[in-house]
Design a binder for this molecule. Structure first.
Ligand SMILES: *[C@@H]1O[C@H](CO)[C@@H](O)[C@H](O)[C@H]1NC(C)=O
Ligand SMILES: *[C@@H]1O[C@H](CO)[C@@H](O)[C@H](O)[C@H]1NC(C)=O
Ligand SMILES: [Zn+2]
Length: 583
């Protein structure tokens, strides 16, 4: 690797410098040599001996350094044998989320304060997350850095700043004979999964992303297993549960044109017996219209939605079985998608449960790799942090106490998102919402949402009055009641630029992503580890999509990107606050 090679350069340079100055010293001493010839001869011999010895030692070290570097280089860039690669993304999880969740778990399970999450035990380094268009990235640019190993603009789905497509590690893996999978808890057409199996200019083009993901893209079908939400993008406009603009039936195309097996319910998922039976591939499992509920709420709807760890387990076993007789392994991306949404909603009670579930899925993968006969690596990181989360909050002008209260988060049994939706459904269910008195609404909010849902029994009149006044903002207001009491701080409803953590099982080549890295370096590691030709895929994509580099349009869109993205984030917020959904 270039970095390794350059690391040896200073060693050489220093050496030349040392020997040069030594001969200068010799020359100086030479002028006074005649005065003490005997002693001087001894000194000179001793110096010659020491110099020779130093030279030999240095040469030895150099030879060893080159040998070691060469050895690890060849081992890394030309991996031999079958191997599996699992890449996990904790969308929107910054370092503070780990401290929050670790302490929460210690509190709720009565553990020692030395007790850590499984993630903590596999801490590897950190990643810098900026995109090509902004110091604060979005998930699309973040995932493009992982899938293509290159920086791009916010909103890009594996498209580069010059508007040409870039081949992804998943596409190259599929082409090389690997079996591939994507597992998420949000729309399968959302930015992170989309970046591995589709190419569009903007993340909002989810109808098109759905088409490409099932096999209608320039490369045909590249994914063998998909589990997630976002079913609404696969159903034709006009049918129940659709959010497509056109009347294309993507499920039908998937089944009839690309051979997908399709399941859309918990019953369908349970019939896979967590992968203990043979699972026919390709397998498309869409278990929610849009997002899965937060884990905090999902556990009360376990008969409707599988959990992230259940899906991860099933997917890994399916891919392992599918590759048992192959000389290639599998590539699987697993995303804890909604850690990000809990951050957008500034809801710490929802977030700790999302991170715990992600940690559980991470542990399953680690244990799988330990027991697997096939060599494999797990790399896990986040695309960015969300919310500017801090594990302290100053609520009053007086100097704050040094503490926060996990007990408040433990008391919540529903997310603010779920409770806000419940409120909106309640209002919508009334024949004449304008007849609802302030007293009735206040009582409903306190008795039906705040006390049983948030576990807060001391809501102030002004807190309740604020929600009554603007019910459309119920979600952030309810979340704030939790954060204030737990003394948890947030600086934004958007993303932040803080470096995020990288985790790994370790193993061949993973030293390449130790320390502080660019997110694009993580992407480069992925392709190198399974030794697949992403550049060939890029070439093919550029030809098939008939794209010419267009820097002009980059500037045009970069200027628009900000507005566009503000609109998108606004959309995400509305989805969190207003969405009156049937779930
Ligand atoms: C579905 O089609 C109708 C009628 O053409 C249109 O008004 C609506 O916006 C479409 N739905 C979506 C999500 O685009
Ligand atoms: C948790 O809820 C219980 C009963 O609902 C309440 O008595 C208690 O004060 C709450 N604890 C915290 C820390 O909010
Ligand atoms: Zn986000």
């Amino acid at each position: 690797m270039p970095r390794r090679a350059s690391a040896t350069t200073p060693l050489l340079a220093d050496d030349r410098h040392d020997s040069a100055s030594e001969s200068e010293d010799d020359a100086l001493r030479g002028s006074s040599a005649s005065a003490h010839t005997g002693r001087s001869l001894y000194m000179r011999l001793r110096e010659v001996f020491l110099f020779g010895w130093a030279l030999l030692a240095t040469a030895g070290i150099l030879i060893m350094a080159v040998w070691v570097s060469h050895n690890s280089q060849t081992h890394f860039s030309k991996p031999a044998g079958k191997r599996n690669l699992i890449f996990m993304v904790s969308d929107g999880m910054g370092p503070a989320s780990l401290s929050l969740t670790r302490s929460f778990r210690q509190y709720t399970e009565g553990l020692e304060y030395g007790d850590t999450l499984t993630l903590d035990k596999h801490f590897w380094g950190s990643s810098r997350t900026r995109s090509s268009s902004s110091l604060v990235t979005d998930s699309a640019a973040g995932a493009t850095a992982f899938s293509c190993g290159k920086k791009s603009y916010n909103g890009a789905i594996s498209i580069l700043p010059d508007k040409t497509p870039c081949g992804t590690v998943l596409e190259a893996a599929k082409r090389a004979g690997f079996v591939t999978g994507l597992v998420v808890t949000t729309d399968i057409t959302d930015a992170t999964p989309a970046c591995f199996a589709s190419h569009v200019d903007l993340r909002e083009q989810e109808d098109e992303i759905a088409m490409q993901e099932v096999g209608e893209g320039p490369l045909g079908r590249v994914v063998d297993l998909m589990f997630g939400g976002g079913r609404c993008h696969f159903l034709p406009n006009g049918t129940e549960g659709s959010c497509r603009a056109d009347d294309v039936d993507v499920v039908d195309i998937a089944k009839s044109q690309h051979g997908w097996n399709y399941i859309d319910s918990r019953a369908g998922f349970d019939a896979l017996w967590e992968g203990k039976v043979d699972i026919p591939l390709p397998m498309l499992g869409l278990f929610a219209d849009t997002d899965f509920p937060f884990e905090l709420d999902r556990r009360n709807m376990n008969e409707v939605y599988p959990s992230l760890s259940e899906m991860a387990k099933t997917a890994i076993r399916a891919l392992e079985k599918a590759t048992v007789n192959s000389d290639k392994g599998f590539f699987l991306m697993i995303e804890g998608s909604r850690i990000d949404h809990a951050g957008h909603g500034n809801d710490p009670a929802a977030q700790v449960r999302e991170v715990l579930e992600y940690d559980k899925a991470f542990k399953f993968v680690i244990d799988f790799l330990k027991e697997s006969k096939t060599e494999g690596v797990l790399v896990a990181t986040s695309d960015h942090e969300t919310g500017g989360l801090s594990i302290a909050r100053q609520n009053t002008p007086g100097y704050p106490e040094y503490l926060w209260y996990p007990a408040v988060l433990a008391n919540a049994s529903s997310s603010s998102e779920y409770l806000a939706k419940k409120l909106h459904r309640h209002i919508a269910s009334l024949e004449d919402p304008s007849m609802l008195s302030v007293e009735e609404l206040t009582t409903y909010i306190n008795d039906e949402l705040v006390v049983p849902g948030l576990g807060i029994s001391d809501a102030s009149d002004s807190e309740l009055a604020e929600i009554v006044k603007s019910t459309e903002s119920a979600q952030p207001l309810l979340a704030k009641m939790v954060s204030v009491r737990a003394q948890i701080g947030w600086s934004t409803h958007g993303h932040s630029a803080v470096d995020v953590n990288v985790y790994s099982s370790g193993g061949p080549g993973t030293e390449e992503i130790r320390g502080n890295r660019e997110n694009s370096e993580i992407g480069q590691f992925l392709r190198n580890y399974i030794d697949v030709d992403v550049e060939a895929i890029t070439k093919e994509l550029v030809e098939k999509m008939d794209r010419k580099p267009s820097f002009q349009s980059v500037e045009a869109t970069t200027a628009k990107e900000g507005d566009h993205w503000a609109a998108h984030e606004d959309f995400e917020m509305r989805r969190l606050t207003n969405d009156i959904e049937s779930s």
